[in-house]
Structure formats: structure tokens, C-alpha cells
Design a protein around this ligand. Structure first.
Ligand SMILES: *Cc1c(COP(=O)(O)O)cnc(C)c1O
Length: 374
């Protein structure tokens, strides 16, 4: 890293990503495939770098949310199978086929459109059927009174020319949440998923080579749901319920102290004067703000690791800077490093302060923040 970059950066441990991949893999039943979710720039860790690592490690599949993310990987030399979890406009069917990208199909109407485009080209598009078993997001309706219609729509979709139905999947809403109610809900989603797969086979003679449903929550809490492939994102990056598996966080967000000044009691700090000093205060200005991904909502309610301890953040977080009280941290000087989250400073402290979840903080680390790999 050159001196110009010594403002704010994200340290990413490829060793820890590799460790997490191997630890998750080792926990899976024999023959179970591993799909690494690398959408949203691999949760801020760098999609191309993470994907190349997973490819080298022998992972089976990658997933992204949209065509642009898939193309970035293909253009970067990633040759392994890639599944697009979200919608791709049917007019890009030719690109999907040419680039060897697998598309999720979420309803009969879209299956018809992809099929028509593939037929025009005289080629085949690989698809995974997505079932909506209770997330109420994308997927064929199949709960309750929609079951029979859902089965028929999946069968009709799979029989269309130009489509190769390789896989079927669903997504859990509360597999990462504790409590009997969440457990029942997740078990109910799983049961419906399996019932749908069975009915599609019995009524349509269609069998899927890859059935998958386990996101990070299910990999950690419901190992019996691994089926033919697991689909973790967060766990790979070392967050979530990864403790049991011995997973390690992979990103450390670091900034530096730009300047330090002493303020008398009664001095208002930052926009909105939302903090006023109560004592003579040694205040540091950090070179990180919400444009770097530090959530403004956490203003005045979090602490960062500095020197031998922690420094409370004071006043509103600005676009490019924020202030911390260094009165108790005389060892911290101009140029000192401050950890926003990482081994010393839990990401949950910051996500709780901002009323959000680690996912959002990881994705929010902006492109202005250089990633430093080691
Ligand atoms: C994002 C996503 C995942 C990964 O979720 P994690 O909780 O990070 O494991 C898996 N499946 C689908 C469909 C997703 O959208």
C-alpha cells in the first residue's frame, strides 16, 4: 500500500476465507457440493479475488445476484459454474448461454420467455427452479392452496424446449434465528420443499440433479438440510453462527487519526451539535465517514479499538470523517491506526449501534476503501 492510501482501508485475510471454506466443507456429508455466494462483491471482500480462491480450492458453484456480477467473474477468468440468483431480462438469454451462466427461473411466465429466446438461438439455457416456500420473495408459489398449481407450473417450465433444469432450490427466512417458532417455520419450509420435489417427480417424471436450500443459517443450525449442495455466504466470511465450526472473520476495517485537539467543557462537536463535551477532552478526527461505509446511524453510540483499548465515537458521523474521544487513550497519536471492526472490535457492536446486521456493514464498505489482501 502506498502512502496515499494510508487513510482508511479494509484488510482481508485470504487465509481465513480459505480456512472457512475448508471448515464448512469438512462439515458436509460426503458428496455434498459447495456453492459460494459471492454477490455484492463477495459481501465487500472482492468477488473476483474470492471467486478465484474458491475455484482454486475446488468449490463446485458460485452465486451472484445479477448478470453484471456474473460477467465480471467470467471476464476475470473464472470458469466454474455460476448461478444468478436474481432476475435477468430474457433478452440476455444469448449472453447467459454464451458465457455458460446458469439462470434462476422463478415462475412459468419467465420460463416461457427464456425458452422462446433460447429456441430462437437454437441453444439451451441451464436453469435452477426457485420455489417460494415461505420467504415470500422470488419463486414459484407452492404453499397451501398453491401446491398443485405450483407443481404443474414447475413441470410445465421444465418441459419447455431450450431449458435444461439442472437444479431446484428455496431460501429460508429464519434459519439463522433462535427459538422454537423459527425452528418450526424452517422445518415447515424444508418439508414443503421436499414435498414439491417429490410431487414434481411423481407427476412429471422430472428429477433435479442439484437440490439446495442451506444458506448460512441452515449450514450452521440444520446440517440435515445440506441435500446435494449448500449455499452459504456470510459463514464463508466468518460471521453468523460460525462459532461451532471455528470460522474466522475475514475483514478488518481500519482507519487512521488525522488530527488531535483539546476542547474545553461545553464544546459542541460535529453537525447538529449532537455531542457536547462534559470535560476537557482530547478529541481525535478519524479519516472515515459514511461515504466509506461507516453507518451514520451509529453516531454517538459506538466505540472503536484504538491503542490499548477503545475510544468512544462522539457526535454525528460525517461523510468523510468522524470524531473519537481519546482522553483515556494517551498512547494514541496522529497517524495511529483505529479498528472499526475486526479481531479487537466486534462487528456486532457496530451493527447493533446502527440497528442493522453485519451483512449490511460488510456490503457498505465503499469502493473508496482500498482492499488489502494478505
Ligand atoms: C444471499 C443469499 C444466500 C446466502 O445467504 P447467507 O445468509 O449469507 O448465507 C443464499 N441464497 C440466496 C438465494 C441468497 O440470496
Amino acid at each position: 500500500m502506498n502512502d496515499l492510501q494510508k487513510r482508511t482501508w479494509a484488510e482481508i485475510s485470504l487465509d481465513n476465507i480459505r480456512h472457512n471454506y475448508r471448515a464448512i466443507r469438512a462439515s458436509l456429508p460426503a458428496g455434498c457440493r459447495f456453492l459460494g455466494v459471492v454477490k455484492a462483491d463477495a459481501y465487500g471482500h472482492g468477488a473476483l479475488t474470492v471467486s478465484r480462491l474458491l475455484q482454486e480450492e475446488g468449490a463446485d458453484y458460485l452465486a451472484v445476484s445479477c448478470l453484471d456480477e456474473a460477467l465480471e467473474l467470467r471476464q476475470g477468468g473464472v470458469t466454474m459454474p455460476i448461478l444468478i440468483l436474481g432476475h435477468t431480462p430474457p433478452e440476455y438469454t444469448g449472453t447467459l448461454i454464451a458465457m455458460g451462466i446458469t439462470q434462476t427461473v422463478t415462475c412459468l411466465a419467465k420460463a416461457v420467455e427464456y425458452s422462446a429466446e433460447a429456441a430462437k438461438l437454437g441453444r439451451d439455457l441451464k436453469i435452477h427452479i426457485k420455489l417460494d416456500t415461505g420467504m415470500s420473495r422470488l419463486g414459484f408459489l407452492c404453499a397451501g392452496g398453491y401446491f398443485d398449481e405450483g407443481v404443474q407450473n414447475v413441470i410445465d417450465s421444465c418441459r419447455l424446449p431450450g431449458l435444461i433444469p439442472e437444479g431446484v432450490y428455496t431460501h429460508f427466512a429464519v434459519s439463522d434465528e433462535p427459538g422454537a417458532d423459527c425452528r418450526d417455520y424452517t422445518l415447515g419450509q424444508f418439508r414443503l420443499f421436499m414435498d414439491m420435489i417429490r410431487a414434481v417427480k411423481e407427476r412429471g417424471g422430472i428429477e433435479f440433479a442439484i437440490r439446495h436450500c442451506a444458506n448460512s443459517g441452515a449450514v450452521a443450525n440444520y446440517p440435515e438440510m445440506a441435500l446435494d449442495m449448500v449455499r452459504p455466504g456470510l459463514l464463508l466470511y466468518g460471521y453468523g453462527d460460525g462459532g461451532k465450526l471455528g470460522l474466522r472473520p475475514c475483514m478488518r476495517l481500519v482507519t487512521t487519526v488525522s488530527t488531535i485537539k483539546f476542547y474545553e467543557p461545553g464544546t459542541a462537536v460535529s453537525y447538529g451539535r449532537r455531542f457536547v463535551t462534559q470535560r476537557r477532552t482530547r478529541m481525535g478526527v478519524l479519516a472515515i465517514g459514511y461515504a466509506d461505509g461507516l453507518p451514520r446511524a451509529a453516531g454517538n453510540q459506538c466505540s472503536f479499538a484504538a491503542g490499548d483499548g477503545f475510544a468512544p465515537q462522539r457526535g454525528s458521523i460525517c461523510m468523510d470523517m468522524c470524531m473519537v474521544d481519546l482522553t483515556e487513550r494517551p498512547e494514541v497519536d496522529v497517524g495511529s491506526q483505529v479498528e472499526l471492526f475486526g479481531p479487537k472490535c466486534s462487528i456486532y457492536q457496530l451493527s447493533d449501534a446502527a440497528c442493522t446486521i453485519p451483512y449490511e456493514l460488510l456490503c457498505a464498505v465503499s469502493k473508496r476503501v482500498p482492499r488489502v489482501y494478505f
